[in-house]
Design a protein around this ligand. Structure first.
Ligand code: PEP
Length: 252
């Protein structure tokens, strides 16, 4: 997405930190992370904690907010779901799409992921499109093929100007929440494959797309991953729940 200062550091809280815990989190985090114009920080609280998180950070317009999921339909009888319009109305500017837990725990398909990318764009939400291979796919040398398939499925048919408005996160499934981080070399290799596919799909405008790495990022390995060629930022789950460790990663 154009206009996002890199590195882009994104916190995925998953199903953790409700409204009260989010408020407590920001009391500690804001004291440890001062606004910086050399990076972009985005937080993805649960939808139910978004309002409390935004209120706690109201003095900090440098911090951006998103939701972890939207439904692909515009509205209707989908009990428990959140629409793109509602997320936008609640102050979200970003949405995670195609996260490995959505794909592999909730069974979302490439086609549903593609619909969500389009629905997000229709409501002015920036889709953070997550792609990544399972361990058996890596072991069979299929990493590039998997991420290319996922990118094509989610983005093919979109105008280059629309493609340029997404953010991509490379999140190898075997690295998410496992403590097994990709090496900076492995991350670089996958990011290179993603970058060239984005070029093929979206032309030169796609250079505006930051490609984040996600998977067991910690305060200790963040700097090395950020230094890897082609890594434009980080998407962080577990280590973003603690304000001290998230502040260290925000400042990495
Ligand atoms: C994630 O959920 O996107 C993620 C990368 O999780 P973790 O940092 O805990 O591996």
């Amino acid at each position: 997405m154009a206009g996002l200062v890199r590195p882009v550091l994104a916190a995925n809280w998953k199903m953790n930190l409700g409204p009260s815990a989010a408020t407590t989190f920001f009391e500690a985090y804001l004291a440890r992370y001062a606004p910086r114009d050399d990076r972009t920080v985005i937080l993805f609280p649960s939808a139910i904690a978004l309002a409390a998180a935004r209120a706690s950070a109201r003095a900090r317009p440098d911090l951006r907010f998103g939701v972890q999921n939207i439904h692909s339909a515009e509205k209707g009888a989908f009990t428990g779901e959140t629409s793109a319009a509602m997320a936008s109305d609640a102050g979200a500017r970003f949405v995670l799409v195609g996260h490995s837990e959505r794909r592999h725990v909730f069974g979302e398909t490439d086609a549903q992921t593609a619909e969500k990318v389009r629905r997000a764009a229709a409501h002015g939400l920036v889709a953070v499109l997550c792609v990544g291979e399972k361990i058996e796919e890596r072991e069979q040398g299929q990493t590039d093929a998997v991420v290319i398939r996922q990118l094509r499925a989610a983005l093919a048919g979109l105008e280059p100007s629309a493609i340029a408005e997404v953010v991509v996160a490379y999140e190898p499934v075997w690295a998410i929440g496992t403590g097994r981080t990709a090496t900076p070399e492995d991350a670089s290799a996958a990011h290179q494959a993603i970058r060239s596919e984005l070029r093929a799909l979206g032309g030169a405008a796609s250079d505006a797309i930051p490609i984040l790495y996600g998977g067991s990022v910690t305060a200790s390995n963040a700097a090395a991953l950020l230094a890897a060629p082609g890594v434009d930022g980080l998407l962080v789950g577990g280590a973003s729940l603690d304000p001290e460790s998230w502040a260290a990663i925000s400042n990495a």
